[in-house]
Design a protein around this ligand. Structure first.
Ligand code: ADP
Length: 250
């Protein structure tokens, strides 16, 4: 089954700017797919559509389907239970006085019992390596810790599709390595918008390249990232790790 289907999706912001133009692609269940492209390509706008955060103006039929369920006004609660969206800026996601409350928020919205919520929070904090952080204040944590709290909050909802917007931006090398290891260990379907092309090589077998609101190419990451002409044409560079792999640096 497809975890995600985007079918001829276009989107204009209120100022009339076309941010997405006829975008179509699919992500199969269990896949880990990278979404890359220069600034302004439309990646964040696309991700916001995946759990209905942006209304599809003038759309009579839904253009996004998750696990067979159309993303539409009438089933937003179900959609949001299945799609876990990790924002680019953790400060946009954290709003409770304690880490516990922040991570518990999603499971509470799902109507779970107090006991179940506590279990979910404990497990999610353990998964992201933040055991014992329950009573800490989110805004006093480091950037990397905040990001992990956000991820715990998303994981605590047990989403089928994890959508991440620039998960490694502003992490230090250790924080980045830990996050990559964590994402690799999660069996859930993942769509990762990122400028970190080394992460793509390590984590994502498949890649979608966007520019100016359009999908330019979709295919195997190594193949597309190795195409220097393609990368340069869209404001990107082939990652160094690939040069080392095929010996071009020697
Ligand atoms: P990316 O995430 O790939 O950098 P975005 O989705 O943020 O791209 O932006 C796509 C386009 O939409 C850009 O031209 C950007 O300037 C525009 N855009 C993004 N957010 C808004 C907004 N809130 N209002 C108007 N235009 C926006």
């Amino acid at each position: 089954m497809n975890a995600l289907e985007v079918d001829h999706l276009s989107y204009h912001y209120r100022d009339g700017r076309a941010a997405l133009a006829d975008v179509s692609f699919e992500v199969r269940e269990g896949e880990r797919v990278a979404l890359v492209g220069p600034n302004g390509a439309g990646k964040s706008t696309l991700l916001l559509h995946l759990n209905g955060l942006l209304p599809e103006r003038a759309a009579r039929e839904p253009h996004v389907t998750v696990f067979g369920m159309p993303v539409s006004e009438s089933n937003l609660l179900e959609v949001r239970a299945r799609v876990g969206l990790l924002f680019q800026d953790p400060d946009d996601q954290l709003f409770c006085p304690t880490v516990f409350d922040d991570v518990a928020f999603g499971p509470q919205q799902q109507g779970l019992s107090v006991h179940q919520v506590r279990e979910r929070v404990t497990e999610a904090l353990r998964d992201v390596g933040l055991e014992g952080f329950e009573q800490r204040m989110p805004h006093h944590l480091s950037r990397g810790e905040k990001r992990r709290v956000c991820l715990a909050g998303v994981l605590a909802c047990r989403p089928g599709l994890l959508v991440l917007d620039e998960p490694t931006s502003d992490l230090d090398p250790r924080g980045r390595r830990e996050l990559i290891a964590l994402l690799r260990s999660l069996p859930v379907t993942q769509l990762i918008a990122t400028h970190d092309l080394e992460l793509v090589v390590e984590l994502c077998p498949a890649l979608i390249l966007m520019d100016r609101g359009r999908v330019i190419r979709q295919g195997p990451s190594i193949e597309l990232l190795s195409d220097e002409g393609l990368m340069l044409a869209h404001g990107l560079e082939s990652p160094h790790i690939l040069h080392h792999l095929d010996g071009r640096d020697r």
